[in-house]
Ligand binder design. Structure first.
Ligand SMILES: [Zn+2]
Length: 539
């Protein structure tokens, strides 16, 4: 009689291909799916009764930033609660590659992605490492990780390392050659491609030709060019640039966190697809904007300023005292028109828009913001967005996200605050998968098609040829989901001061055949792999 490590019975299997679901059983052995059939004969060490719930491939989140969280020992619980078993890290130009670990921590710090304290702890608590394999070894020696992680190479990080900082100029021929060498080496170590962050420093200093040169090396290694677009140029021009880079380099294109309302951009992507470009899009299903404690907001303002980039808090305080410095600070503060404040300790101010408070006081928003940056305590939290961004009002959802078969969810969850969660957080991104599922369902999309967008679509795009579908021989990444209860609290149910809200509806999650979550409880098992393309592993 055939023996299995685990059997899943009583499940409604939605296999990730988009095909109609069927009632079937799964037999799992050695981390892989060994059998799928209406009835799987044979004994198993563990039998999991799915109780009629959906049995899906573990979901794949193509857009996250969790490499430092994993290194900091984060439980990554928010992913398991959503049924996510695989993530693509290193997005928006920010990655683990280009220099040694201390340079990487410094880059993350200068870009506002890790606090000064986090940087200090990462250096103190980990041996030095270089490259993806070096990182992978340190992570393994720390006990590993409970979900699969894959990685893009950040163009921003590589450019910053090669050019000796954030330089507003073209790279020299030698510098560009070195960047391409690092891309080739990173791809050989197991990266899925490169990412760019063309709204950020130093990504925004790169012209299209530089990016095409980098993408050519990615194409040679069969990788993806993933881009946080040059959003300052608008929806259409910025996606046109990504399409041009893909078509001229031969690399597949992943458009990162594209806005659900940019109707023409989705059409342009579908036209490019029809011309033969492999292009896909991820979108953040719902966002409240970021909540940043004052110390972290200051770090972000510094990171967005051509003048202050790389400088410290003292330089910021000095800038607050000069008219030019104040103008530069205001220029570098994103989303200030929609900014709210919380944790004020003053009921007259709590949860209100800066705009409204300024009007009440007969001052300008800019003056009020500067005054708060100067005098308010560091515990004050600035909310860049507010609930008003929650549902992307006016979104032609059926024409864009729902109607475009190459679009899936990407949470854009960001690491860095594993040691200090209230310093910087977001309210809805931990619910990306269930929120996407419910939005799509409301738009009339079949559940099997929705699951396909969360599984085999990203798996194909990133060439995870052994994942993203439930099929014999594929990795046993499995989520057991009560689709009727698969949900995330809505705006009326979340507290804006709570960074620990979780999704519900997922009971059991297997990662490479091992239960990382069983009946709603985290098991502590760390069977995640650091994965590369075509079933290969980084380590
Ligand atoms: Zn981004």
């Amino acid at each position: 009689m055939e023996r299995f490590d685990t059997k899943i019975i009583n499940g409604f299997v939605i296999d990730g291909t988009g095909n109609p679901g069927i009632f079937a059983e799964l037999g799992i052995r050695d981390g892989k799916i060994a059998r799928i059939a209406t009835h799987v004969d044979g004994e198993a060490g563990v039998v999991i009764d799915a109780g009629g719930k959906a049995v899906c491939p573990g979901f794949i989140d193509p857009h996250v930033h969790e490499e430092l969280a994993a290194l900091g020992g984060d439980t990554l619980e928010s992913y398991l609660r959503q049924g996510v078993t695989t993530t693509v890290n290193g997005n928006c130009g920010h990655s683990l590659t280009g220099g040694d670990s201390e340079q990487i921590y410094t880059y993350m710090y200068e870009n506002g992605l890790a606090s000064a304290e986090a940087k200090r702890r990462f250096i103190a608590e980990n041996p030095a490492w270089t490259g993806l394999k070096g990182y992978a070894k340190v992570l393994r020696d720390r006990g590993g990780v409970n979900i699969n992680m894959s990685f893009l190479l950040g163009h921003g990080t590589i450019r910053w390392c090669v050019m000796g900082g954030s330089k507003d100029r073209k790279p020299s021929e030698a510098e560009l050659a070195r960047m391409k060498e690092l891309i080739a080496a990173g791809m050989d170590e197991g990266a899925m491609g490169i990412s760019t962050g063309l709204s950020y420093i130093p990504g925004r200093y790169a012209d299209t030709e530089e990016l095409i040169e980098c993408a050519k090396m990615v194409a040679e290694k069969d990788g993806v060019y993933a881009s946080h677009l040059r959003m300052q140029d608008g929806f259409e021009k910025s996606i046109a640039e990504a399409i041009e880079i893909g078509e001229r380099s031969g690399a597949r294109v992943q458009v990162s966190h594209y806005a659900p309302r940019a109707v023409e951009g989705y059409r342009m992507a579908m036209d490019a697809r029809a011309r033969g470009l492999e292009i896909a899009i991820d979108t953040i299903p719902k966002s409240s904007g970021h909540l940043k404690r004052k110390d972290r907001l200051i770090q972000f303002i510094i990171s967005a300023s051509n003048v202050l980039f790389g400088k410290d808090r003292a330089a910021f305080e000095a800038a607050l005292k000069t008219p030019e410095g104040r103008a530069e600070i205001l220029r570098s503060t994103r989303f200030k028109d929609e900014m709210l404040i919380i944790n004020t300790g003053d009921p007259a101010l709590e949860g209100r828009a800066l705009r409204d408070i300024a009007a009440e006081r007969g001052t300008t928003l800019d003056e009020l913001l500067l005054e708060l940056l100067e005098k308010a305590p560091d515990t004050l939290t600035f909310w860049q967005g507010g609930m008003s961004r929650v549902d992307f009002p006016g979104t032609p959802y059926n024409e864009t996200v729902a109607g475009c078969p190459i679009v899936g969810p990407g949470s854009d969850r960001i690491f860095g605050e594993v040691f200090d969660r209230t310093a910087w957080y977001e309210l809805f991104r931990k619910g990306a998968m269930p929120i996407f599922y419910r939005n799509m369902l409301a738009a009339g999309v079949r559940r099997e098609e929705i699951i396909r967008r969360m599984t085999s679509l990203p798996a194909q795009q990133f060439r995870m040829s052994d994942r993203g579908m439930l099929a014999e021989g594929r990795a046993a990444d499995v989520a057991i989901v009560d689709l009727d209860k698969f949900s995330y609290p809505d705006a009326s149910q979340v507290s804006c001061t709570d960074p620990n809200i979780m999704a519900s509806g997922v009971s059991t999650v297997l990662v490479n055949g091992e239960a990382a979550m069983l009946d709603g409880k985290l098991t502590g098992k760390r069977s995640g792999q650091l994965i590369s393309m075509y079933g290969k592993r980084i380590l």
